[in-house]
Structures are given as structure tokens and as C-alpha cells.
Design a binder for this molecule. Structure first.
Ligand code: FAD
Ligand code: NAD
Length: 467
């Protein structure tokens, strides 16, 4: 056995783990990062990045198709076609560029990367089975153990992944557009990928157990998304219960609210009913850490219940978002280096890359009221924004929520084409403790969607200019 010693072991090279390791390396902490699959984790390999690449390709294809038909802006295109094999190759190229970039950054910062599967022996010892054939087991001992093993897709017991039942990972590697696609779950993945495959030409059915889409967002925000879904021809089946495959195994059997059976045609069935922390199969149980539901319980510094054992990212539960994992990873490295840090962001932005997109930062009016604030709230519609008109995307709005007494901004919400890029401005205004006057009196470039942010703040103050 190859025996090594270090100060920090990081298990998992996703956005949580690799950012922690890079920062630890920058701070001079001897660090070993263990990754069994591919640097970049879910996010870079089979999550955020590949899904956004496919969404982009699908949107470009849909636009070309749209221009070929009804070209009110004067563009003429003759029957566009999609070569999904080529699209996937292009997507894989982006993934490779990013994951090899992560490898280069780790190397530059002196992090020792071991390609292999880690098994915990105790809070200071980890065995690694290298992925390379014939390589000996490596035992690494450390002072600090950082757990960043991420999450796995939840499976439906009556319909496990395999055959035509696919996970998001499979959906991001299809080589042809399925003629019919049934999606189970109208959450982030179901709608982001369901809408993309609809744009690529599939007949799409989305089945959701609840009576609404995107349960994480409020009704007003999801309304324009719902309208776009209906317009796109996606068949939405809300309040339906999945029974499994039909007897022939070529359709999805669901029951509606009245208990009647419905069979949905499905060359592929994408199951996207959530993700769960990856806690089994690598010796984590042996540490007997305190848990919070299925997740590892952590405090405000990402410490677990065992001294010098830390957990970050999806392994530590909701919100399972890459930027939250990265922020936690950076913080833990700094704490280990002796800095005084706590995980107390003013807000963690959430973006849903449907078409239109949704972005939420901080509290909406009912959440703020429930938290004991007396609030003012105002929205500004993109229908009154010049840039949105030039982009042919006037559906949606920006909404602001602020304290009534001192005008401190408590939250932003927006829905519309391209609003994900407003997340930076929203987050900064909350982190910097902006009041409505700060935003309303900031000169926003014209013509941009950002002017709707300024106008929402002005409207909350009672003097919007362009409505
Ligand atoms: P992960 O990225 O899951 O990384 C964990 C790593 O640990 C993996 O590489 C795994 O191989 C490794 N590992 C696990 N166990 C071991 C072991 N025993 N030994 C060695 N290695 C091990 N989030 C966003 O913020 N924005 C998005 O747009 C977005 N889109 C998404 C789209 C999809 C389709 C999916 C599935 C997820 C998406 N997410 C998105 C969520 C995001 O990918 C995760 O929140 C993020 O990757 C979590 O980072 P992490 O470091 O905690 O874990
Ligand atoms: P999700 O929690 O977003 O949505 C799951 C949906 O499935 C919910 O609407 C739920 O009511 C429904 N559902 C659950 N069981 C069902 C059943 N048996 N039948 C029908 N519907 C059922 O989960 P997801 O879409 O799988 O995504 C997982 C996680 O990945 C997200 O929560 C998020 O943390 C992350 N993610 C983020 C982004 C982003 O930031 N843009 C994109 C994709 C994924």
C-alpha cells in the first residue's frame, strides 16, 4: 500500500471540492483532492454546463426554424436541421475545456490530485482505490477531512434508470432527438431539458405530481413560463401520479386526479424528481456524523459533528446549487488557514434556465412579511422596456421587495428572456445593503434589460419614469 500524509484531504472534485482545494493551495495548505470520476463533478460534466449548452443549441435551432416559417423581421432561412451527434460533440468540447482547466488550476496551486474512489477509514484516514488498472491502494492521512461528494439523481422505485427510462445524465448525451419524450417532474431539470427537447422537435409530455410547475418559485413568476410551455406544444399533466411503464413497456402509465389511467407515448422517459446527497457506499456511515434528513448536518462554518471533518455542497443538502458549493468550499479553505469566516450570505441566487428564465435573489413579498417585515413591492414589465422589444421578448418583469420603513432592499425576482444575467446586480445590491434610492439613482445603460431593475426601484418609490 502507498501511504501518504497531508494537511487537507478533499473527497470529491466538483465545484465545492475543487474550489476548496484551489483556495487551500493558494493559502499554502498541503492538499490532496480525490476524485473518482472526472474533475468538475456533476456541474461541469453532467449538470450546469452541458445542460446550458444543449439549451443554447436548442434555442438557436428553434429560432432558425421560426425564421424559416414566419419571418416578420425579414430573415429568410431554408429548412434548418439538427445533427445532434455534432451538437453533443460541441457540448463535450466545452466540458473538456473546462475540466482540463480545473486540472491545470489545481496543479498550478500545488494540489495533489488522486484519480480514484475514496473510502473513509476514520476522520483522519482515507483509502483510495485508484481508477487506473493495477495501481495499488493508496492510504492518505490528514488533519482536516473535507467531504464534497455531491449528490445523485433520485430514482422512482417502480421505474429504475435503464432502457428507455433515463436520468439527466443520459438526456445530456442522446445521439438523436427522441420522437416522443415523457418527463417526470416539472422542476428545474424537467423543464429546462423538457423545453430544450421540445425546441429540438420532440413531442414532449411533462408529468408533475403537484398541481403546479416549479414549486420553488412563486405563482406570478412561473406564469410566463407556464404560458411559454403551453405555446410550445408541450403537454403538461399536473396532479398526475406515475404508475410505471405500461404492459408493453413503450409508454408511461400515469393516473390523473380522478384516478383514471392515461398512457403517454414515450421513446424516452426522463425522470427528474430531485437529487439526494451521495452518502452511501464510501464509508461515510462509519463516522456516525449527525445528519439532517438525508444530508450531512453542518453548522455556519460547514463543520460536521466531528472535529476537523467538514462538509460542503450537495452532500450538505439544499439548496443544491453549484455557486453555493463553491462559496462554501472557498470559506472552509480559509477557515482551515486560520481566517475568521462564517457562511452568512445575504442571499444565494437561484436561476431557472427555462425560456423565459427565472431569477430570484432574497425574499419575495410574502416571505418578507412572514419574516416580520412591513414591505413595499413593485414590478416593472418588460413590455415597457425598449431593449426587450428589440429582442422580441417582452414577456416578464422585474420585481423588487424592500422594507417600508428604511427602503432596504430585501429581494429581487425576475422572469424573462436573458434575466439570468441580472443575478449579479441583484446579489450585489443585497450584499451591499442597498436601499431603493441607491438602485433608482444609479445610471443604468440604455437600452438594456437592466433599466427594468432601476424602474422597479423607482416604481417602489412611487415615481417610475417609463410606465
Ligand atoms: P458534485 O458536483 O456532485 O461533485 C461531487 C464529486 O465527488 C463527483 O465528481 C463525484 O464523482 C465525486 N465523488 C463522490 N464520491 C466520491 C468518492 N467516494 N471518491 C472520490 N470521488 C467521489 N446548479 C447550478 O447552480 N446551476 C445550474 O444551472 C445547475 N444545473 C444543473 C443541471 C443538471 C442536469 C444537474 C444534474 C445539476 C445542476 N445543478 C446546477 C446542480 C449542481 O450541478 C450541483 O449543485 C453541484 O454540482 C454540486 O457540487 P458539489 O461539489 O457539491 O458536488
Ligand atoms: P426539483 O426538485 O427541481 O424538481 C423535482 C420535481 O419533481 C418537483 O416539481 C416535484 O414535485 C416533482 N416530483 C417529485 N416526485 C414526483 C413523482 N413521483 N411524479 C411526478 N413528479 C414528481 O428536482 P430536479 O429537477 O430533479 O433537480 C434537482 C436539483 O438539481 C434541483 O433541486 C437543483 O438543486 C439542481 N438543479 C439546478 C438547476 C439550476 O440552478 N438552474 C438546474 C438543474 C438542477
Amino acid at each position: 500500500m502507498d501511504i501518504r500524509n497531508t494537511t487537507l484531504i478533499v473527497i470529491g472534485g466538483g465545484p465545492g471540492g475543487y474550489v476548496a482545494a484551489i483556495r487551500a493551495g493558494q493559502l499554502g495548505i498541503p492538499t490532496v483532492l480525490i476524485e473518482g470520476e472526472s474533475l468538475g463533478g456533476t456541474c461541469l460534466n453532467v449538470g450546469c454546463i452541458p445542460s446550458k449548452a444543449i439549451i443554447h443549441a436548442a434555442t438557436a435551432f428553434e429560432e432558425a426554424t421560426h425564421w424559416a416559417g414566419d419571418s416578420k423581421i425579414g430573415i429568410k432561412v431554408s429548412s434548418p436541421a439538427i445533427d445532434l451527434v455534432k451538437t453533443m460533440k460541441w457540448k463535450d468540447g466545452i466540458v473538456t475545456k473546462l475540466t482540463s482547466g480545473v486540472g491545470a488550476l489545481l496543479k498550478k496551486n500545488g494540489v495533489q490530485v488522486i484519480k480514484g474512489w475514496a473510502t473513509i477509514v476514520d476522520g483522519k484516514t482515507v483509502n483510495v482505490t485508484p481508477t487506473g488498472a493495477g495501481e495499488p491502494t493508496i492510504r492518505v492521512t490528514c488533519e482536516h477531512l473535507l467531504l464534497a461528494a455531491g449528490s445523485d439523481a433520485v430514482e422512482l422505485p417502480m421505474m429504475k434508470f435503464g432502457g428507455r427510462v433515463i436520468s439527466s445524465t443520459d438526456a445530456l448525451a442522446l445521439t438523436e432527438v427522441p420522437r416522443t419524450l415523457a418527463v417526470v417532474g416539472a422542476g428545474y431539470i424537467g423543464l429546462e431539458l423538457g423545453m430544450a427537447y421540445r425546441k429540438l422537435g420532440a413531442e414532449v409530455h411533462v408529468v408533475e405530481a403537484l398541481d403546479r410547475i416549479l414549486p420553488a418559485y412563486d405563482d406570478e413568476l412561473t406564469k410566463p413560463v407556464r404560458a411559454a410551455i403551453d405555446k410550445s406544444g408541450i403537454q403538461l399533466h399536473l396532479g398526475h401520479v406515475v404508475q410505471g411503464l405500461n404492459d408493453l413497456g413503450d409508454a408511461l402509465h400515469v393516473k390523473n386526479a380522478a384516478g383514471e389511467s392515461v398512457h403517454l407515448p414515450a421513446d424516452k422517459i426522463l425522470v427528474a424528481v430531485g437529487r439526494k446527497p451521495h452518502t452511501a457506499g464510501w464509508g461515510l456511515e462509519s463516522l456516525m456524523l449527525d445528519m439532517k434528513g438525508r444530508a450531512v448536518k453542518i453548522d455556519g462554518q460547514c463543520r460536521t459533528s466531528m472535529r476537523n471533518v467538514w462538509a460542503i455542497g450537495d452532500l450538505a443538502g439544499e439548496p443544491m446549487l453549484a455557486h453555493r458549493a463553491m462559496a462554501q468550499g472557498e470559506m472552509v479553505a480559509e477557515i482551515i488557514a486560520g481566517k475568521n469566516r462564517h457562511f452568512t450570505p445575504a442571499a444565494i441566487p437561484a436561476v431557472c434556465f427555462t425560456d423565459p428564465e427565472i431569477v430570484v435573489v432574497g425574499l419575495n413579498a410574502s416571505e418578507a412579511t412572514a419574516a416580520g417585515h412591513e414591505v413595499i413591492s413593485a414590478m416593472f414589465p418588460f413590455a415597457a422596456n425598449g431593449r426587450a422589444m428589440t429582442l422580441e421578448s417582452t414577456d416578464g418583469f422585474v420585481r423588487v421587495v424592500a422594507r417600508k420603513d428604511n427602503h432596504l432592499v430585501l429581494g429581487w425576482q425576475a422572469v424573462g428572456k436573458g434575466v439570468s444575467e441580472l443575478a449579479a446586480a441583484f446579489s450585489q445590491s443585497l450584499e451591499m445593503g442597498a436601499v431603493l434610492e441607491d438602485v433608482g439613482h444609479t445610471i443604468h445603460a440604455h437600452p438594456t434589460l437592466g433599466e427594468a431593475v432601476q424602474e422597479a426601484a423607482l416604481r417602489a418609490l412611487g415615481h417610475a419614469l417609463h410606465i
